[in-house]
Design a protein around this ligand. Structure first.
Ligand SMILES: Nc1ncnc2c1ncn2[C@@H]1O[C@H](COP(=O)(O)OP(=O)(O)O)[C@@H](O)[C@H]1O
Ligand SMILES: [Mg+2]
Length: 376
């Protein structure tokens, strides 16, 4: 996959940008706070539907502007080229377009894949379960639009069900046959979407696991062993979707009284986690900072390999200001991916930390205050 063209309008500190990047390496340098991360964020947003940092869409719109547009023309080896566009507005929900046609956001995801390396990666290892669920959701959505749809359905059902539980609690816990009926209807929605979410997470982790192990063995020169495991909130789930659904249903029944008392849903994939182990110990608490960094690199390498496997073409690689912190060997490992045919966008405050072979092959840009220029 390759970005052929990128247009930005009022996105972050870019008033307008038209970029026709190189098919290989694009190296973007600039002082702090000039727009390096913003540029990668725009590409990331199109691929994942999510901002790198922000919560609300409004934060992505250039100050003083009413709406923002990010629009890319993507080349794909295994399917037709595609135009992806996202329009963010202060007053309306965002709009996503694929080849000019408007879609609900979740449907438009998964048009192309990126693997991003940034300072945020460590959150997956060190952060809360919610950070790891977000990681799973982003990664799986990029590979499977059906997952993104299941997630949307699940969230909606969960929200409605929680609202119902809360209102029952607030009305003193009086349960009529009709509220039971309503609750059971939401249970079914939860089970239907939720079991799809669980199956997809299990499959993804299962596929990522050997790739991450191999990458980690390589990065640590065989000294450490990485293991990753799914920790589903609904226990003893495995295998078929129908079994998982049945187990989910059972747990909802079992927890119903407690849920009515607490006024919220207590079981389901909103409580899942992803466990990471280095040499059998949980990386979040026991790994050193250096080991945690190696884990994140291993995961990224694994994402790259998994995308290759599933899409039969490399994802677009985004490296946000990570090169200067790495030792030579790790830097070389990262750059290897780009030598395997991937297009890459690499940001740094200066080009100094890059080996000559990279510099001579890269197209060089300089960014200043939201303006990008090719360096001759
Ligand atoms: N919505 C916005 N409108 C205008 N400027 C913004 C917006 N969001 C962030 N910025 C500006 O973008 C700059 C940060 O850009 P960033 O890409 O993170 O910098 P860096 O080059 O260090 O990666 C800051 O100057 C910030 O004020
Ligand atoms: Mg930055």
């Amino acid at each position: 996959m390759r970005l052929l063209e990128l247009y930005l309008s009022n996105f972050r500190n870019y008033e307008s940008l038209h970029l026709v990047p190189d098919a290989g390496l694009n190296l973007i340098t600039g002082e702090n706070a000039q727009g390096k991360t913003n540029l990668l964020e725009a590409i990331y947003l199109l691929a994942t539907g999510r901002a790198l940092r922000a919560g609300r869409d409004e934060e992505l719109i250039r100050w003083g502007a009413e709406d923002a547009t990010v629009h890319a023309h993507i080349h794909r080896e295994q399917s037709l080229d595609v135009q992806v566009e996202i329009i963010l507005s202060r007053s309306q929900p965002r709009v996503m377009k694929v080849d000019g046609q408007t879609y609900r956001a979740a449907t438009a995801l998964g048009q192309f894949n990126v693997v991003i390396f940034s300072a945020m990666d460590l959150e997956v290892v060190r952060g809360q379960p919610a950070d790891r669920r977000r990681y799973l959701d982003v990664e799986i959505s990029m590979l499977s639009p059906a997952y993104a749809r299941a997630l949307v359905g699940y969230r909606r059902a969960l929200e409605q069900r929680n609202r119902l539980l809360k209102s029952i609690r607030e009305s003193g816990g009086a349960i009529t046959p009709s509220t039971i009926e309503l609750l059971e209807a939401w249970d079914e929605q939860l089970v239907r979407y939720g079991s799809n979410v669980i199956v997809a997470r299990e499959r993804f982790i299962c596929a990522l696991r050997p790739l991450a192990r191999t990458a980690h063995a390589e990065l640590s020169e065989g000294r450490e062993e990485l293991d990753i495991r799914y920790a589903p909130a609904i226990e003893e789930v495995s295998g078929e979707r129908e079994q998982i659904a049945e187990r989910f249903r059972q747990q909802l029944r079992k927890m119903r009284e407690e849920e009515l008392r607490r006024g919220t849903t207590l079981v389901g994939p909103q409580r899942d986690d992803l466990l990471l182990f280095v040499d059998g110990k949980e990386a979040r608490t026991y790994a050193s900072q250096g080991q945690q960094r190696t884990v994140t690199l291993s995961l990224k390498r694994a994402e790259f390999e998994l995308t290759l496997q599933e899409r039969q073409e490399p994802p677009i690689v985004l490296l946000d200001d990570v090169m200067s912190d790495l030792d030579d060997r790790r830097r070389a490992q990262l750059l290897q991916m780009t030598l395997r045919g991937a297009q890459a966008f690499i940001t740094a405050t200066s080009a100094e930390s890059f080996p000559q072979e990279i510099l001579s092959n890269a197209r060089m840009y300089r960014v200043e205050n939201g303006r990008l220029e090719v360096v001759q």
